[in-house]
Design a protein. Structure first.
Length: 256
């Protein structure tokens, strides 16, 4: 623990903050646990490794541990267990950013799949183009044009990946039109994107944890089986960590 204390600045308070964030970072080739002051939004402590034993030991050694009201972390079960064991009086919360990051990955998977479909459709069009016109050179030029057009469309879709990650209401009008055009022509992407938008909205709502849990327990109602397959990682993590996810709405802290 001396190694961890060496990272502590004299400017930090001797007692822990009311809200602690747990994350990890790779320093000099090794993973280490980073503890954040959630109130001041800055690094509070860096531990020598990322093991659950080290995290639990440090949290247990805190002066006045009862002051810690919230521990925010990602889906790392090691950190969750360590916090629950060492700070039984604190609310363990999976931070909003990690849930939304999962949804970003789901949208990205659907986007990639839609890109593959665009190329596959272009291949079919090229095959159909063999039947006309009869001139080989003209036919080859048409096939090349169809394929190039599909590749350019996929490149454009990939360029807009940043926009697809954002809530629609935060987009500029021109960007929103661009995204809505994609969603109107790519049904699989639209389904996954709409689910992500609903969860964004859930986090921006002032609701009880029970209301959030009720929604998250039936979030996939009405989705096609094909769309659900791109949301499996989200479903698994939410079901496994439902209490920690819904704890977000139980805390009286500013999450914005």
């Amino acid at each position: 623990m001396n190694d961890a204390m060496a990272f502590r600045s004299d400017s930090f308070p001797s007692e822990p903050p009311e809200r602690i964030g747990i994350d990890e970072v790779r320093l000099r080739g090794e993973f280490r646990t980073v503890l954040l002051d959630g109130n001041l939004r800055r690094i509070w402590m860096i531990l020598p490794d990322n093991s659950g034993e080290t995290v639990a030991s440090f949290l247990k050694s805190l002066p006045n541990p009862g002051k810690v009201r919230v521990v925010a972390t990602d889906f790392n079960h090691v950190h969750i267990r360590a916090a629950r064991k060492s700070l039984p009086g604190a609310i363990i919360e999976i931070d909003r950013c990690w849930v939304e990051q999962l949804l970003i990955l789901c949208v990205a998977k659907a986007r990639i799949e839609e890109g593959r479909r665009l190329i596959a459709a272009a291949v079919e069009e090229r095959g159909a183009a063999i039947q006309f016109p009869s001139d080989p050179e003209t036919r080859a030029a048409l096939q090349d044009e169809l394929h190039a057009r599909a590749k350019e469309k996929v490149k454009s879709l990939n360029r807009d990946s940043r926009l697809l990650r954002m809530p629609l209401e935060r987009l500029d009008p021109s960007d929103r039109i661009e995204v809505e055009a994609w969603l109107g022509s790519l049904p699989l992407l639209r389904e996954v994107h709409e689910l992500a938008q609903k969860v964004h909205g859930l986090y921006d709502s002032d609701i009880a944890p029970e209301t959030a849990e009720a929604y998250l327990n039936q979030w996939n109602a009405g989705l096609s089986s094909e769309a659900i397959q791109y949301l499996r990682c989200f479903l698994r993590c939410i079901r496994t960590h439902m209490p920690e996810v819904c704890a977000y709405w139980a805390t009286n802290y500013d999450h914005n």
